[in-house]
Design a protein around this ligand. Structure first.
Ligand SMILES: Cc1cc2nc3c(=O)[nH]c(=O)nc-3n(C[C@H](O)[C@H](O)[C@H](O)COP(=O)(O)O)c2cc1C
Length: 376
């Protein structure tokens, strides 16, 4: 009997935050959820092989907080057994779902047969989904990373420490659905054969970016191909989320309705703008306070410092692009933008933005030379 998971209980249509490597870290996801409330969140993708080598930093990339639920951990690779072992660990870490990346077009990943490379080896793709599902079942039957002789002790301890802090219901056996995010084809759209193959392995859901691997991010996403895939998925009782080029909540919802989908994911349009998930978008959210995104940028920077960069300037570099995005649509803020993308700490960010806001408020409160002339 099919078990009920968040895929069945979340209100439809479902609009979520797409996984984005180099962007969607813990701090970004926290801010997106707090201000935009996407219904679903994915981590950045993480290589399954990192478990095999006992990477010390693995858990940093899987760090999340309770506010981000439901949250899916995304993994890429091409060796089924690593997905089985990884699934045990991700269940133990309390994730709501496990998502397998079959869409990354980067040559160093796809040419090794992982990411979108799996579109060319559908049987291996199926084996990977089944291996992850087997890992979930093993965890439900009591397996933990401690039973895996190849996981180094330091990682076992980190996993157990994280697990001990989870709410009770996430420390117990529960269903953890395995889903897939992919593209519509390798060189050419091949939805019928590719999605049909994928459905045979019974993924809990599919998120589909409407471009082929060859397209990368060029051209426009093919939502007709997404709709065709959704028809196939619907016949199999699998929810399908469309993805590619949605610019706002309204745009995403329109596409979901037009193409009869379970939902959609928004990626790039969320850069520096969590309000993309809110009705009316940033225009509505910023109507009362045009500088709200700058205040959010300060909060984001402090969270980054506390959880990711730990006051090490080198690690703060990952925050800079977000700062540029938060300030990108402010008229007359080019100097601020230039300064923000050179910061090395949250304290610097706060100072720069405080100065800018002080300056703006004194400038906006003051009468212009023309107004002074008119009053006299
Ligand atoms: C910087 C960046 C990083 C990405 N990283 C991932 C990833 O880790 N996993 C994944 O499945 N897709 C990844 N993608 C693809 C996005 O999830 C999404 O499919 C794509 O950006 C199209 O959606 P959009 O037009 O709404 O941005 C990434 C995209 C970008 C731009």
């Amino acid at each position: 009997m099919k078990t009920t998971t968040f895929w069945d209980t979340l209100p439809r249509p479902l609009v979520g935050l797409a996984p984005m490597d180099g962007v969607g870290d813990h701090a970004f996801r926290h801010i997106q959820k707090k201000y935009g409330a996407p219904q679903l969140i994915y981590t950045e993708f993480t290589a399954a092989d990192r478990l095999a080598v006992g990477d010390q930093a693995l858990l940093k990339d899987f760090f999340y907080d309770e506010s981000q639920r439901p949250i899916l951990a995304q993994v890429f690779g091409h060796i089924p057994d690593l997905f089985r072992r990884m699934a045990v660990m991700l269940c133990q870490l309390g994730f709501d779902g496990i998502d397998i990346n079959m869409g990354c077009p980067a040559p160093n990943i796809a040419q090794r047969g992982a990411g979108a490379g799996l579109i060319r080896t559908p049987q291996l793709a199926q084996a990977i989904v089944r291996a992850a599902q087997a890992g979930v079942r093993q965890w439900q039957a009591g397996a933990t990373v401690r039973d895996d002789p190849d996981v180094p002790l330091h990682l076992v301890t980190q996993v157990e420490t994280f697990q001990a802090q989870l709410p009770a219901r996430y420390r117990q056996p529960r269903p953890v659905p395995v889903s897939v995010k992919t593209r519509i084809g390798y060189d050419e759209p091949a939805v019928d054969s590719w999605i049909s193959h994928l459905l045979e392995s019974e993924p809990a859901a599919i998120a589909l970016h409407g471009r082929t691997l060859r397209q990368g991010y060029s051209g426009t996403a093919d939502w007709d191909a997404i709709a065709r895939a959704a028809d196939l998925a619907r016949q199999a009782g699998v929810p399908l989320l469309g993805n590619g080029d949605a610019r706002s909540l309204e745009d995403a919802l329109q596409r979901v309705a037009d193409y009869r989908l379970a939902g959609a994911l928004i990626g790039r349009a969320s850069y520096g703008n969590p309000f993309v998930f809110c009705p009316g978008g940033s225009a509505a959210a910023l109507a009362a306070d045009p500088y709200r995104l700058l205040r959010i940028a300060v909060e984001h920077a402090w969270l980054h410092a506390a959880t990711l960069s730990h006051n090490r300037p080198q690690r703060f570099l990952g925050m800079r692009k977000h700062l540029g995005w938060y300030a990108r649509n402010l008229p007359g803020a080019s100097e601020l933008r230039r300064a923000l993308v050179q910061t090395s700490s949250a304290a610097q960010v706060e100072m720069l933005i405080a100065h800018y806001l002080d300056y703006r408020s004194s400038w906006e409160g003051a009468a212009s030379p023309q107004q002074i002339q008119e009053r006299t």
